[in-house]
Design a protein around this ligand. Structure first.
Ligand code: PLP
Length: 393
C-alpha cells in the first residue's frame, strides 16, 4: 500500500497477515496433496487440515466435527439457512431474521420463500438494535430457524446475541448468527453466545479471501447446498482448500489471542474518528449504537451529501472508505440498513463507513478527519451554490 494511504475499510476486507501467508505457503507449493487421497502426500494434507480444524474448534469452543469449511461467509450463511430449511428436521416452514442482515442472509431467505417458506423480518430501533420482545412475539409454533447477525457490517451495532439466542432455544427453535464482522473483536465462543450455528469468513480477520466456515452444533441437520464427493461429512462437497483452512486457523488463533488488545487499540482510533468528525462535520449523525458497536467501526450520515461522490474524492486523497449507498443510473440507492434506521431523509444519501484495523495509527486519524471534513464542507458549499444558480435561472 502507498505510504501515505490511510486504509479505513477493514470491514470490507483485511490484508493477509504475514504469519498466515507463511503458514499457507507449504500447502500451496510443496505439500499439495488432496486430503481425500490415501497415499502419503494425501495423508499429509489431511493431517494439516485436521490440525487446523482442531485449532479452530478450540478457538470457538466446539468439536471438530461441528465445523464445515466453506468458500467464505456468504456460503456459510447460505448453508446455515437453506441447509436447515431443506433438511426438513422440523415440520415448521417459518424463519425469523432482521431487516439489517447482510444480503448473504436476506437473499438466502428470499430464495426460500419461493420454495414455500415464510420469513418474518424484525425491525430495528434507530441504533440498529433488534428488540428481544419483538423476537419473542415473532416466534410461532412453526418457526424452525432464527438468524440474527452478531455485528452489523454497515453501522457496527452489536446485538445481544446471547439473550436473543436464549429466547429462540427456550422455544426449541434453532438459532444462527452471522459472526463475520465480530471475529478478533468480540467473544465468539459458541457456548457463551448460546448459538446452534455461526458463520465466519477468514478475509475479515487477516486470513485468505474465499475461505470461511460454518459451525453447526451436533444434532443440527443440514442438507447440502453443493453436491459432489461428500466431503465435510456430506455437508459440503468439493476438494478441500487445505492451504486456506491452514491459513484461516492461524488467523483465527491470532484473532482470539489478540482480541482484547485489538479491541482496546481499535476503540481508541474509532473514538478519535467519531469525536473529530462529530465536532467538525457539521450536520452529521453517528449511525449505529454509540456503545454497543464494533471497536473498529465508525459510521456516519452527513446531511445533504452524496456519500458515493465523497468516497471517490477521499480515494483521490488516499483515504480509503466505503459508503452505504450506491449511485445507480444517477439516482442514489440507500442501503437497506440505513433505510431501516428511520433517519431524516436529508441524511440518507450521506452514509460513510470508516473501519480501522492493524494498519492504522493514532497519527493517521487527524489527517483523515481533516480531509473528510474538508470534502464534506466543499461538497455542501458547491450544493448551496448550485441551488442558488438554479434558483436564479
Ligand atoms: N456477512 C457479513 C456481515 C459480511 O460483512 C460479509 C462480507 O462483507 C459476509 C457475510 C459475506 O462474507 P464473504 O465475503 O466471505 O462471502
Amino acid at each position: 500500500m502507498m505510504d501515505d494511504l490511510v486504509y479505513l475499510d477493514h470491514s470490507a476486507t483485511t490484508p493477509l497477515a504475514p504469519e498466515v501467508l507463511a503458514a499457507m505457503m507449504p500447502y500451496l507449493t510443496e505439500h499439495t496433496g488432496n486430503p481425500s487421497s490415501v497415499h502419503a502426500v494425501g495423508r499429509r494434507a489431511r493431517q494439516a487440515s485436521a490440525d487446523a480444524r482442531e485449532r479452530m474448534a478450540a478457538a470457538l469452543g466446539c468439536q471438530i466435527e461441528e465445523l464445515v469449511m466453506t468458500a467464505g461467509g456468504t456460503e456459510a450463511d447460505n448453508l446455515a439457512i437453506a441447509g436447515v430449511a431443506r433438511a426438513g428436521g422440523s415440520s415448521g416452514r417459518h424463519i425469523v431474521t432482521s431487516v439489517i442482515e447482510h444480503h448473504a442472509v436476506l437473499h438466502a431467505c428470499a430464495a426460500l420463500t419461493a420454495e414455500g417458506f415464510e420469513v418474518t423480518y424484525l425491525p430495528v430501533d434507530r441504533d440498529g438494535l433488534v428488540s428481544p420482545d419483538d423476537l419473542a412475539e415473532a416466534i410461532r409454533a412453526d418457526t424452525m430457524l432464527v438468524t440474527i447477525m452478531l455485528a452489523n457490517n454497515e453501522i457496527g451495532t452489536v446485538q445481544a446475541i446471547a439473550e436473543l439466542a436464549a429466547i429462540a432455544r427456550e422455544r426449541g427453535v434453532l438459532f444462527h448468527t452471522d459472526a463475520v464482522q465480530g471475529v478478533g473483536q468480540l467473544d465468539i465462543n459458541v457456548d457463551t453466545l448460546g448459538v446452534d450455528m455461526l458463520s465466519l469468513s477468514a478475509h475479515k480477520f487477516y486470513g485468505p479471501r474465499g475461505v470461511g466456515l460454518l459451525y453447526a452444533r451436533r444434532g443440527v441437520e443440514l442438507a447440502p447446498i453443493i453436491y459432489g464427493g461428500g466431503q465435510e461429512l456430506d455437508r459440503r462437497s468439493g476438494t478441500e482448500n487445505v492451504a486456506g483452512t491452514v491459513g484461516m486457523a492461524v488467523a483465527l488463533a491470532t484473532a482470539q489471542a489478540d482480541r482484547v488488545s485489538r479491541a482496546f487499540d481499535y476503540t481508541a482510533l474509532r473514538e478519535q474518528l467519531i469525536e473529530g468528525i462529530s465536532e467538525r462535520g457539521g450536520e452529521v449523525i453517528v449511525t449505529g449504537h454509540r456503545e454497543k458497536r464494533l471497536p473498529s467501526h465508525a459510521s456516519f450520515c452527513f446531511q445533504g451529501i452524496n456519500a458515493d461522490s465523497l468516497v471517490i474524492s477521499l480515494d483521490l486523497d488516499g483515504i480509503e472508505t466505503s459508503s452505504g449507498s450506491a449511485c445507480t443510473s444517477g439516482a442514489v440507492e440507500v442501503s437497506h440498513v440505513i433505510d431501516a434506521l428511520n433517519l431524516p431523509a436529508e441524511y440518507l444519501a450521506g452514509s460513510l463507513r470508516l473501519t480501522v484495523g492493524g494498519a492504522n495509527t493514532p497519527e493517521q486519524m487527524p489527517r483523515a478527519i481533516d480531509i473528510i471534513c474538508g470534502h464534506v464542507e466543499r461538497m455542501r458549499m458547491l450544493a448551496t451554490r448550485n441551488r442558488g444558480k438554479i434558483a436564479a435561472n
